[in-house]
Ligand binder design. Structure first.
Ligand code: HEM
Length: 53
């Protein structure tokens, strides 16, 4: 995952925008809370591997 995103200069701001879009998407499809939280935690655990500045 690190190699796939290396050099993209992804910022914390980019990440926040992405997480908000993910949240809106899960809401749009009415994904219930436990599953929604699982997806958000799993994806957010990758933040430090993908964000590099
Ligand atoms: C701001 C957030 C993100 C952006 C802008 C982004 C952008 C990209 C781009 C442009 C590629 C293509 C790289 C290439 O073909 O050279 C890529 C690859 C990939 N991304 Fe992301 N990414 C983001 C977050 C994520 C997240 C959260 C995940 C996982 C849940 C993810 C999983 C992957 C995977 C699996 C690949 C393919 C790697 C491969 O081809 O071997 N990305 N990403």
């Amino acid at each position: 995952m690190k190699l796939a995103h290396a050099g993209m200069r992804m910022s914390h701001n980019d990440w926040t925008i992405f997480m908000n879009l993910l949240n809106e998407t899960l809401n749009k499809f009415s994904v219930p809370s436990p599953e929604k939280n699982d997806v958000i935690s799993l994806i957010d655990s990758l933040r430090n591997v993908i964000v590099e500045k």
